[in-house]
Design a protein around this ligand. Structure first.
Ligand code: CS2
Length: 494
């Protein structure tokens, strides 16, 4: 029988596997991380691991799952250890990460989570709760005061459910105990993520207690970040392969690519780990890095997700191996995104785009189009609409982005091109499907029905006939000829 990965088994691992060499028993918890999914474990935890390896043991991580017990159930028996495997065509490069001291499940003990966040050793509360976890309106970036979790948390603020609820409750507890506030570090793909979270959190606090809100506005740091690493969901094949390589069973290893980037606004009044040891970059202004990443990487990803899914491709790499798709995506970057992108000073945008195309081709990553297609209503504004708004202002055509929106519309209608149901995961899925159903497969009606979703599109786009026409035209073409042919047609006009 294969034994499980755990602290006492580390000496049994093959020598090529990198393992924590610091004294894990001496770690203190300096970071509480909300939303301990695969992305955190492949990104921020790996940067923190480098600081721990260098001997700064103040930065152990307490992981919090806001919903499911799965990660805790997998990692708890493993003493928090898991394998991070960097994969490309050459194979796996496994490293066992020791930074996560423990994982707790918030709904099982919300007061316990608040208490842990209020512990004086905690200097940073970081978050990867996905776009929808902030309970905000994606078009405006403001708190949705009618969100059921927010309504709950305002009534029962000592036992919260939402990320803003936990942060405010823990900050209130620290304030009344005279403990300085932690830094709130958002690591999600939101526009101006630190500013957005500050807005959401202070508004939530304002609804509870005006003094507390003023305190947060004055004393809590919310640095902006740009995070980048492609991390597909772990598959059973990954589990089996890693267990074979380790000779120990890892219930939840995480797969990722060689590339990693983290650009951070350096504002941490309570200190931070030396994430620069793994190459994190510190800057005063994250905004241009974030725009470049959200619009080029994530914007392309979402096009690949909807169009690739409809074309019958399972993964990003499969989609990109269709040369028409590869040309289409490069065309999207060159002709629609780049011309309106304010790039970071000194950035080589051409090299960045070429590297992205290469990353998307990584055959070792089984990054499902369906995974990226999730939660489109929360992603579209920052990935596509900013670019389109600027294209409209400069009279630049955006047929590929219009086709991306059309594919999203088709996707959220819930039926694919061969009449099979689509498992649409989105907080607005029901609303989107209901609206789509009223359109009876008429492209004009469908475009109009969905563009009226002001939570996504705001109020301006629907009034601009250039936008409405471009999307309607793309949708009509998509419905008539299918995703593969629609992409092929646009791939030809570079
Ligand atoms: C992806 C991102 O699932 C998605 O929406 O676009 O998770 C993407 O892989 C990361 O942002 C890469 O840094």
């Amino acid at each position: 029988m294969t034994h499980s990965l755990r602290q006492t088994a580390l000496p049994d691992l093959p020598p090529h596997v990198i393992v924590p060499t610091y004294d894990r028993a001496a770690l203190s918890t300096g970071i509480v991380h909300l939303g301990i999914g695969a992305f955190h474990r492949a990104h921020q935890a790996a940067y923190t691991e480098a600081a721990l390896q260098a001997g700064d043991l103040r930065w152990g991580i307490l992981g919090v799952s806001l919903r499911s017990p799965d990660t805790r159930d997998a990692l708890h028996p493993q003493d928090g250890l898991y394998t991070l495997s960097i994969r490309d065509a050459k194979g796996d490069r496994p490293q066992v990460i020791g930074a996560v001291r423990d994982v707790v499940v918030a709904p099982e003990d919300p007061c316990g989570v608040v208490a842990a966040m209020a512990n004086p050793s905690v200097k940073i509360v970081s978050l990867t709760v996905t776009e929808k976890g902030y309970c905000h309106d994606p078009a405006t970036g403001t708190l949705r005061e009618d969100h059921p979790d927010i309504v709950h948390d305002l009534n029962q603020h000592l036992e919260p459910k939402s990320a803003p609820g936990f942060i405010v409750s823990a900050l209130a507890k620290r304030r009344s105990a005279g403990i300085p506030p932690f830094t709130v570090l958002c690591c999600d793909n939101l526009p101006a993520n630190g500013k957005t979270v500050r807005r959401v959190v202070t508004r939530f606090a304002e609804l509870l207690d005006a003094d507390l809100a003023a305190f947060i506005a004055e004393h809590v740091a919310f640095p902006c970040t740009m995070v980048d690493r492609i991390v597909p969901a772990t598959t059973d094949d990954d589990r089996t392969r890693i267990t074979d390589q380790l000779g120990l069973r890892d219930a939840w290893p995480v797969m990722t690519e060689p590339f990693t980037q983290w650009v951070i606004e350096d504002h941490f009044p309570q200190g931070r780990p030396d994430w620069g040891l793994l190459g994190a970059e510190f800057t005063r202004d994250v905004a241009p890095y974030e725009l470049m990443k959200l619009r080029l990487l994530n914007g392309s990803h979402s096009c690949i997700a909807y169009l690739g899914y409809l074309a019958g491709y399972e993964t990003v790499a499969d989609t990109m191996s269709d040369r028409h798709f590869a040309r289409f995506i490069r065309g999207l970057m060159d002709a629609e995104v780049s011309p309106v992108l304010a790039a970071p000073p000194g950035a080589d945008v051409e090299a960045y785009k070429s590297a992205l195309i290469q990353r998307f081709h990584n055959p070792a990553l089984k990054h499902r189009t369906w995974q990226i297609a999730m939660d489109g209503s929360q992603k579209i504004p920052q990935r596509w609409l900013g670019t389109i708004r600027e294209c409209l202002a400069k009279d630049i055509a955006f047929p590929r982005l219009a086709l991306g929106i059309a594919a999203w519309m088709r996707y959220v209608s819930g039926t694919d091109e061969i009449d099979q149901p689509i498992d649409v995961r989105d907080p607005l899925a029901d609303k989107l499907r209901e609206r789509a159903a009223t359109a009876e497969n008429d492209p004009e009606k469908l475009a109009y029905a969905l563009l009226q979703m002001d939570m996504i599109f705001g109020h301006d786009f629907i009034k601009d006939p250039r936008f409405v026409d471009a999307v309607t035209w793309a949708l009509a073409g998509l419905m008539q000829m299918g995703a593969k042919n629609a992409v092929k047609k646009l791939a030809a006009d570079l």
